[in-house]
Design a protein around this ligand. Structure first.
Ligand SMILES: C[S@@+](CC[C@H](N)C(=O)[O-])C[C@H]1O[C@@H](n2cnc3c(N)ncnc32)[C@H](O)[C@@H]1O
Length: 282
Protein backbone atom coordinates (compact mmCIF):
# COMPACT_ATOMS: atom_id res chain seq x y z
CA UNK A 1 0.00 0.00 0.00
CA UNK A 2 1.51 3.40 -0.87
CA UNK A 3 2.74 5.01 2.31
CA UNK A 4 1.18 8.37 1.44
CA UNK A 5 -2.36 6.96 1.57
CA UNK A 6 -2.75 7.34 5.32
CA UNK A 7 -0.86 10.57 5.74
CA UNK A 8 -3.13 13.29 7.05
CA UNK A 9 -0.75 15.59 8.90
CA UNK A 10 2.83 16.75 8.72
CA UNK A 11 3.61 14.72 11.87
CA UNK A 12 2.42 11.60 10.09
CA UNK A 13 4.66 12.49 7.16
CA UNK A 14 7.64 12.72 9.56
CA UNK A 15 6.68 9.31 10.96
CA UNK A 16 6.36 7.89 7.47
CA UNK A 17 9.99 8.81 6.72
CA UNK A 18 11.13 7.15 9.95
CA UNK A 19 9.08 4.06 9.04
CA UNK A 20 10.59 4.03 5.57
CA UNK A 21 14.02 4.14 7.13
CA UNK A 22 13.42 1.16 9.41
CA UNK A 23 11.63 -0.80 6.71
CA UNK A 24 14.52 -0.40 4.25
CA UNK A 25 16.72 -2.25 6.75
CA UNK A 26 14.58 -5.38 6.28
CA UNK A 27 12.87 -5.14 2.88
CA UNK A 28 15.43 -4.00 0.40
CA UNK A 29 13.10 -3.51 -2.51
CA UNK A 30 12.08 -0.26 -4.14
CA UNK A 31 14.61 1.73 -2.12
CA UNK A 32 15.64 4.47 -4.57
CA UNK A 33 12.11 5.07 -5.84
CA UNK A 34 10.96 5.68 -2.30
CA UNK A 35 14.02 7.57 -1.09
CA UNK A 36 14.55 10.06 -3.90
CA UNK A 37 11.35 12.13 -3.46
CA UNK A 38 12.12 12.47 0.26
CA UNK A 39 15.53 13.89 -0.60
CA UNK A 40 14.13 16.43 -3.01
CA UNK A 41 10.99 18.58 -2.96
CA UNK A 42 8.55 16.17 -1.26
CA UNK A 43 9.06 17.38 2.36
CA UNK A 44 8.43 21.04 1.52
CA UNK A 45 5.40 20.05 -0.59
CA UNK A 46 4.02 18.13 2.39
CA UNK A 47 4.71 21.10 4.69
CA UNK A 48 2.77 23.37 2.32
CA UNK A 49 -0.02 20.83 2.08
CA UNK A 50 -0.47 20.04 5.77
CA UNK A 51 0.55 23.31 7.45
CA UNK A 52 -1.40 26.39 6.43
CA UNK A 53 0.31 29.22 4.55
CA UNK A 54 -0.41 31.39 7.57
CA UNK A 55 1.37 28.94 9.91
CA UNK A 56 4.38 28.73 7.62
CA UNK A 57 4.53 32.52 7.29
CA UNK A 58 4.30 32.99 11.05
CA UNK A 59 7.17 30.55 11.55
CA UNK A 60 9.18 32.09 8.72
CA UNK A 61 9.28 28.59 7.27
CA UNK A 62 10.22 28.65 3.59
CA UNK A 63 12.54 25.95 2.43
CA UNK A 64 15.58 26.31 0.24
CA UNK A 65 15.29 24.51 -3.10
CA UNK A 66 18.07 22.33 -4.45
CA UNK A 67 19.52 24.90 -6.87
CA UNK A 68 19.91 27.63 -4.27
CA UNK A 69 21.18 25.16 -1.64
CA UNK A 70 23.82 24.03 -4.12
CA UNK A 71 24.86 27.62 -4.76
CA UNK A 72 25.15 28.34 -1.06
CA UNK A 73 27.17 25.22 -0.24
CA UNK A 74 29.44 25.46 -3.29
CA UNK A 75 31.13 28.52 -1.85
CA UNK A 76 32.19 26.53 1.19
CA UNK A 77 33.86 23.68 -0.53
CA UNK A 78 36.91 25.45 -1.93
CA UNK A 79 38.87 26.33 1.15
CA UNK A 80 36.94 25.10 4.13
CA UNK A 81 38.73 23.01 6.73
CA UNK A 82 37.03 19.63 6.24
CA UNK A 83 37.17 18.81 9.96
CA UNK A 84 35.18 21.75 11.24
CA UNK A 85 31.61 21.46 12.41
CA UNK A 86 28.85 22.83 10.23
CA UNK A 87 25.72 24.28 11.78
CA UNK A 88 22.40 25.41 10.36
CA UNK A 89 20.82 27.28 13.31
CA UNK A 90 17.36 27.33 11.65
CA UNK A 91 17.55 24.05 9.77
CA UNK A 92 13.90 23.58 8.77
CA UNK A 93 13.60 20.32 6.81
CA UNK A 94 17.37 20.08 6.52
CA UNK A 95 17.87 21.16 2.90
CA UNK A 96 21.13 23.03 3.53
CA UNK A 97 22.53 20.31 5.81
CA UNK A 98 21.61 17.68 3.23
CA UNK A 99 23.33 19.62 0.50
CA UNK A 100 26.46 19.84 2.64
CA UNK A 101 26.22 16.11 3.54
CA UNK A 102 26.23 15.32 -0.19
CA UNK A 103 29.90 16.34 -0.12
CA UNK A 104 30.87 14.24 2.92
CA UNK A 105 32.37 10.73 2.89
CA UNK A 106 30.09 7.69 3.05
CA UNK A 107 30.99 4.27 4.49
CA UNK A 108 29.20 1.05 3.53
CA UNK A 109 28.05 0.90 7.15
CA UNK A 110 25.08 3.23 7.67
CA UNK A 111 25.67 3.73 11.38
CA UNK A 112 29.34 4.51 10.85
CA UNK A 113 28.41 7.07 8.19
CA UNK A 114 25.84 8.69 10.44
CA UNK A 115 28.30 8.76 13.32
CA UNK A 116 30.78 10.59 11.14
CA UNK A 117 28.14 13.01 9.89
CA UNK A 118 26.71 13.40 13.38
CA UNK A 119 30.10 14.54 14.72
CA UNK A 120 30.17 17.35 12.21
CA UNK A 121 26.61 18.32 11.34
CA UNK A 122 24.59 20.42 13.77
CA UNK A 123 21.15 21.93 13.32
CA UNK A 124 18.47 23.68 15.36
CA UNK A 125 14.82 24.31 14.69
CA UNK A 126 11.96 25.15 17.01
CA UNK A 127 9.62 22.72 15.21
CA UNK A 128 10.05 19.14 16.42
CA UNK A 129 8.55 17.60 13.28
CA UNK A 130 10.96 19.54 11.08
CA UNK A 131 13.88 18.22 13.11
CA UNK A 132 12.56 14.64 12.80
CA UNK A 133 12.31 15.05 9.04
CA UNK A 134 15.85 16.47 8.86
CA UNK A 135 17.32 13.49 10.72
CA UNK A 136 15.40 10.89 8.73
CA UNK A 137 16.40 12.60 5.47
CA UNK A 138 20.09 12.58 6.45
CA UNK A 139 19.91 8.83 7.04
CA UNK A 140 18.05 8.29 3.75
CA UNK A 141 20.68 10.36 1.96
CA UNK A 142 23.46 8.20 3.42
CA UNK A 143 21.69 5.13 1.98
CA UNK A 144 21.09 6.78 -1.34
CA UNK A 145 24.81 7.59 -1.50
CA UNK A 146 25.86 4.00 -0.86
CA UNK A 147 25.57 3.11 2.82
CA UNK A 148 23.95 -0.33 3.13
CA UNK A 149 20.40 -0.20 4.45
CA UNK A 150 20.19 -1.10 8.13
CA UNK A 151 17.37 -0.86 10.58
CA UNK A 152 17.66 2.54 12.22
CA UNK A 153 14.90 3.52 14.61
CA UNK A 154 13.97 7.04 15.66
CA UNK A 155 15.91 6.70 18.95
CA UNK A 156 18.98 5.57 17.00
CA UNK A 157 18.77 8.72 14.91
CA UNK A 158 18.71 10.79 18.08
CA UNK A 159 21.93 9.22 19.32
CA UNK A 160 23.66 9.13 15.92
CA UNK A 161 22.82 12.75 15.09
CA UNK A 162 22.84 14.36 18.56
CA UNK A 163 23.68 17.83 17.27
CA UNK A 164 20.46 18.13 15.26
CA UNK A 165 17.95 19.14 17.89
CA UNK A 166 14.79 21.02 18.73
CA UNK A 167 16.26 24.26 20.00
CA UNK A 168 16.33 27.99 19.54
CA UNK A 169 19.02 28.99 17.06
CA UNK A 170 19.39 32.31 18.85
CA UNK A 171 20.10 30.68 22.21
CA UNK A 172 22.79 28.14 21.32
CA UNK A 173 25.93 28.41 23.43
CA UNK A 174 28.85 30.04 21.64
CA UNK A 175 31.22 27.45 20.18
CA UNK A 176 34.88 27.51 21.22
CA UNK A 177 36.34 26.32 17.88
CA UNK A 178 35.88 28.09 14.55
CA UNK A 179 33.01 26.53 12.65
CA UNK A 180 30.98 26.87 9.48
CA UNK A 181 27.52 28.40 9.79
CA UNK A 182 25.17 27.91 6.89
CA UNK A 183 21.74 29.41 7.17
CA UNK A 184 18.56 30.60 5.64
CA UNK A 185 17.04 32.05 8.81
CA UNK A 186 13.42 33.16 9.26
CA UNK A 187 12.64 36.52 7.62
CA UNK A 188 9.77 37.39 9.97
CA UNK A 189 9.76 40.71 11.78
CA UNK A 190 10.73 40.68 15.43
CA UNK A 191 11.59 43.22 18.10
CA UNK A 192 15.29 44.02 18.32
CA UNK A 193 16.71 43.10 21.75
CA UNK A 194 17.53 45.99 24.13
CA UNK A 195 21.26 45.54 23.63
CA UNK A 196 21.04 45.68 19.82
CA UNK A 197 23.52 48.33 18.70
CA UNK A 198 22.31 48.74 15.09
CA UNK A 199 18.51 49.10 15.42
CA UNK A 200 15.55 49.49 17.72
CA UNK A 201 11.96 48.37 17.18
CA UNK A 202 10.85 45.88 14.54
CA UNK A 203 13.57 44.30 12.45
CA UNK A 204 14.05 41.21 10.31
CA UNK A 205 14.79 38.06 12.33
CA UNK A 206 17.34 37.27 9.62
CA UNK A 207 19.40 40.31 10.64
CA UNK A 208 19.25 39.21 14.29
CA UNK A 209 20.32 35.65 13.40
CA UNK A 210 23.29 36.95 11.43
CA UNK A 211 24.27 39.25 14.30
CA UNK A 212 24.06 36.39 16.85
CA UNK A 213 26.25 34.01 14.82
CA UNK A 214 28.66 36.71 13.77
CA UNK A 215 29.39 37.91 17.27
CA UNK A 216 29.02 34.47 18.91
CA UNK A 217 31.38 32.54 16.60
CA UNK A 218 35.15 32.47 17.12
CA UNK A 219 37.43 34.34 14.76
CA UNK A 220 38.09 32.29 11.62
CA UNK A 221 34.55 30.93 11.47
CA UNK A 222 32.83 31.07 8.10
CA UNK A 223 29.22 32.11 7.59
CA UNK A 224 27.22 31.60 4.41
CA UNK A 225 23.72 33.03 4.73
CA UNK A 226 20.76 33.33 2.38
CA UNK A 227 19.19 36.63 3.37
CA UNK A 228 16.34 38.89 2.24
CA UNK A 229 17.53 41.58 -0.14
CA UNK A 230 16.26 44.36 2.11
CA UNK A 231 19.27 43.73 4.37
CA UNK A 232 21.58 44.45 1.45
CA UNK A 233 19.80 47.52 0.14
CA UNK A 234 17.37 48.94 2.73
CA UNK A 235 18.31 52.24 4.42
CA UNK A 236 16.88 50.79 7.62
CA UNK A 237 19.70 48.23 7.62
CA UNK A 238 22.64 50.53 6.86
CA UNK A 239 23.85 50.33 10.46
CA UNK A 240 23.46 46.54 10.37
CA UNK A 241 25.68 46.48 7.25
CA UNK A 242 28.30 48.63 9.00
CA UNK A 243 28.14 46.32 12.00
CA UNK A 244 28.66 43.25 9.82
CA UNK A 245 31.60 44.86 8.01
CA UNK A 246 33.19 45.65 11.37
CA UNK A 247 33.04 42.04 12.57
CA UNK A 248 33.80 40.16 9.36
CA UNK A 249 35.72 40.01 6.12
CA UNK A 250 33.16 39.80 3.33
CA UNK A 251 34.18 37.04 0.91
CA UNK A 252 31.33 37.59 -1.52
CA UNK A 253 27.83 38.91 -1.99
CA UNK A 254 25.81 37.09 -4.64
CA UNK A 255 22.50 38.53 -5.75
CA UNK A 256 20.06 35.69 -6.39
CA UNK A 257 16.73 37.34 -7.22
CA UNK A 258 13.46 35.66 -6.30
CA UNK A 259 13.77 33.00 -3.55
CA UNK A 260 13.08 29.57 -4.99
CA UNK A 261 11.27 28.15 -1.96
CA UNK A 262 7.87 29.76 -2.46
CA UNK A 263 8.34 33.01 -0.51
CA UNK A 264 7.62 36.18 -2.43
CA UNK A 265 10.96 37.81 -1.65
CA UNK A 266 14.28 38.58 -3.32
CA UNK A 267 17.36 37.16 -1.63
CA UNK A 268 21.15 37.30 -1.75
CA UNK A 269 23.90 35.02 -0.47
CA UNK A 270 26.32 36.61 1.95
CA UNK A 271 29.61 34.77 2.47
CA UNK A 272 31.88 36.05 5.20
CA UNK A 273 34.70 35.11 7.55
CA UNK A 274 34.48 36.21 11.16
CA UNK A 275 37.26 38.56 12.28
CA UNK A 276 37.76 40.26 15.59
CA UNK A 277 36.00 43.62 15.71
CA UNK A 278 38.16 46.64 14.89
CA UNK A 279 39.75 47.98 17.99
CA UNK A 280 38.46 51.47 18.78
CA UNK A 281 41.08 54.20 18.08
CA UNK A 282 43.03 55.23 21.19
C1 LIG B 1 13.44 30.15 6.03
S1 LIG B 1 13.23 28.61 6.89
C2 LIG B 1 14.72 27.85 6.33
C3 LIG B 1 14.92 26.44 6.70
C4 LIG B 1 16.21 25.80 6.17
N1 LIG B 1 17.39 26.43 6.72
C5 LIG B 1 16.27 25.87 4.67
O1 LIG B 1 17.15 26.55 4.14
O2 LIG B 1 15.44 25.24 4.00
C6 LIG B 1 13.56 29.11 8.55
C7 LIG B 1 13.37 28.02 9.62
O3 LIG B 1 13.67 28.65 10.87
C8 LIG B 1 12.89 28.04 11.87
N2 LIG B 1 12.94 28.96 13.03
C9 LIG B 1 12.23 30.08 13.27
N3 LIG B 1 12.65 30.66 14.42
C10 LIG B 1 13.65 29.88 14.90
C11 LIG B 1 14.50 29.95 16.04
N4 LIG B 1 14.41 30.94 16.93
N5 LIG B 1 15.42 28.98 16.22
C12 LIG B 1 15.54 27.96 15.34
N6 LIG B 1 14.78 27.84 14.24
C13 LIG B 1 13.84 28.79 14.02
C14 LIG B 1 11.54 27.84 11.21
O4 LIG B 1 10.81 26.81 11.87
C15 LIG B 1 11.98 27.45 9.79
O5 LIG B 1 12.05 26.06 9.69
Amino acid sequence: MPRTQHIRSFRQYAESLENLLSSLGTTRTGGPARILPALDGEPSEKAKRFLSTETLKKRGAFFTGRTLARRAVRALLKDENRCTQVIDPACGLGDLLLQYARTMPVYPDLRRTLQLWGNRLLGCDMQADFVRVTKARLALLAMQRGAHPATVAREDLDSLLPGVSVSNGLDCPSPSQPLVVIMNPPYTLTTAPDNCSWAAGRVSSAAIFLDKWLTGSPEGSRIVAILPDVLRTGTRYSRWREYVAKHAAINSIRIVGRFDGGADVDVFILDLSVTSPEKPPK
